[in-house]
Design a protein around this ligand. Structure first.
Ligand code: NAP
Ligand code: 8YV
Length: 320
């Protein structure tokens, strides 16, 4: 029996691709590389494999008359036109939960790295400066005030870690969560004004675009640190660079950027900034779990079986 055919768009992780290739015929970015061949094979495509940073547009979806699902390797799916998929009866799945711990760990790591100057301290030792010059003092994390923008799965995991650091946790989200016992602020600006560290962990997309703007950064203030492990689009990057240059905030820990993999050179030069290449979920264990879940969703969707983790918009459809 012939194997079902899948289209892999840009940014699909190799572990996920490997699993797919064992079960399906995988066309890798054929729509970009060979449009003529793609036009011929498009009616055969039943699944799209994507990553958290992939784009799946309405126009691509419209070219695939027999598509059943888009299975995203990642919890964020802001690059997928979910409404266009739903309009065509196509389901979208993602990988929530399995990466929560890793992302929360990296958020804590960035907070510690930037405030305790771990990167500069390492250079201080390696460059042989220890015998001759003291390292400037850092900033205490334990017992300080943490503001979390987005108290979902990952935000809550960051809060649990912060409680163990005796931090005073507050948050903002679309909805208040009284059961958490943490103080809720209705706006990001109010939250920023009340904390020492502001950690951003919302989805990307239009709903959160530039949620962190110049006013929020000014409210965070010259002793405040911004940590972004969400999406680059959530922060106005130019406003952030200016706030750092002017000393309007103390520093930043950034895992995500507006135009990845390109990071503004202005940020490279700043010693009060720690930069990582969108790697919050990049451990062997978690990437394996993400690949397994994305693959299981693809298998289920192609076979017409119940999906393991449809995105909330599609869950709502399945329930209705
Ligand atoms: P989640 O459980 O859906 O949580 C999202 C949270 O964001 C919710 O608390 C939600 O509020 C809040 N939110 C949404 N829109 C908002 C807005 N306009 N203003 C304020 N808060 C808003 O998702 P998750 O599993 O924690 O993942 C969150 C995001 O992290 C992903 O979508 C992805 O973009 C990012 N991420 C990044 C990496 C990385 O490698 N750096 C890895 C994984 C995930 P409500 O609770 O009120 O709905
Ligand atoms: C991944 C992510 O790096 O899950 C997400 O939303 O941003 C990360 O876990 C990405 O999805 C890999 O494609």
């Amino acid at each position: 029996m012939s194997r079902p055919e899948i289209l892999a768009v840009a940014n699909v992780h190799p572990l996920y691709l490997k699993a797919l290739k064992e079960a399906f015929v995988v066309h890798e970015r054929t729509h970009e590389g060979d449009p003529a061949a793609f036009a011929l094979l498009a009616p055969n495509i039943v699944g799209i494999a994507a990553g958290g940073e992939s784009t799946v547009s309405r126009s691509l979806l419209e070219q695939l008359p027999n598509l059943k699902l888009v299975s995203v390797f990642g919890v964020g799916y802001d690059g997928i036109d979910v409404q266009a998929a739903i309009d065509r009866g196509v389901m979208v799945t993602h990988t929530p939960g399995v990466l929560t711990d890793d992302v929360a760990d990296l958020a804590m790591g960035l907070m510690l790295a930037v405030s305790r100057q771990i990167v500069q301290a390492d250079q201080h030792v390696r460059l042989g400066r220890w015998p001759t010059a003291p390292l400037p003092l850092g900033r205490k994390v334990s017992g300080s005030r943490l503001g979390i923008v987005g108290l979902g799965r990952i935000g809550a995991a960051i809060a649990r870690r912060a409680v163990a650091f005796d931090m005073l946790v507050a948050y903002t989200a679309r909805t208040e969560k009284p059961a958490t016992g943490f103080h809720f602020y209705a706006t990001v600006e109010q939250l920023a004004a009340a904390v020492d560290f502001l950690v951003v962990i919302t989805p990307g997309g239009q709903g959160t675009r530039h949620l962190i703007n110049a006013s929020v950064l000014s409210a965070l203030g010259p002793n405040g640190y911004l940590i972004n492990v969400a999406r680059g689009s959530v922060v106005d990057e130019q406003a952030l660079i200016e706030a750092l240059q002017d000393g309007r905030i103390a520093g930043a820990g950034l895992d995500v950027f507006a135009a990845e993999p390109h990071v503004p050179e202005a940020l490279w030069r700043m010693s009060n900034v720690v930069l990582t290449p969108h790697m919050a979920s990049a451990t062997h264990q978690t990437r394996r779990a993400m690949a397994d879940l994305a693959f299981a969703n693809m298998q289920a969707g192609v076979a017409g079986q119940p999906l393991l983790t449809p995105v909330p918009e599609c869950q709502a459809l399945l329930v209705a």
